[in-house]
Design a protein around this ligand. Sequence first.
Ligand code: SF4
Length: 173
Amino acid sequence: MYPCYLEGIAPERVETFPASWIVLENLLHVSTWVVAGMLLRPVRWFGWPMATVAWAVLVIAVQVLLKKHNCSGCYYYGKRCHLGWGVLSAHMFRQDSGSPAIGVRLSLFYVVGPPLILVASILIGALQHVWTGHWFLVGAYVVLNAVVLVVRVKGCRLCAMRRTCPGSAVKDR
Ligand code: SF4
């Protein structure tokens, strides 16, 4: 378990997030991953969209590993956090079965992923002169990531670990 989670859990918090919030925030995340995969589609190998396939494998692998290394040591393990992943983790892994250090590294997926996908999609569009729809998707990707950020800050404000979580997006630590 994250040592920081054992100390300083915020006294006022949302213990169980509403199902509507969980569904909408998950839909937002899934939408960004799907749009990212679509943006990589023009990169082909023997006619196959291999960059999209690699991206899909990466997303699934990182998400499963995060449930082990982040969520199994989280205060919300077995509970409905703002993403509901505490419940998911409890169905997949034993409590505290992960390594927080690995979890922190895996979380870089959220920090490094979006800018990398954005740069790659702009390069793909410029070099391959792809259809107008590609640029529409680039715009949608930027908007979706901005919305994810806003929702994340809202979730962190109500989260039990906002002052102790290394990935907290709020400043009242
Ligand atoms: S608050 Fe974060 S780390 Fe904790 S269970 Fe939810 S998604 Fe996982």
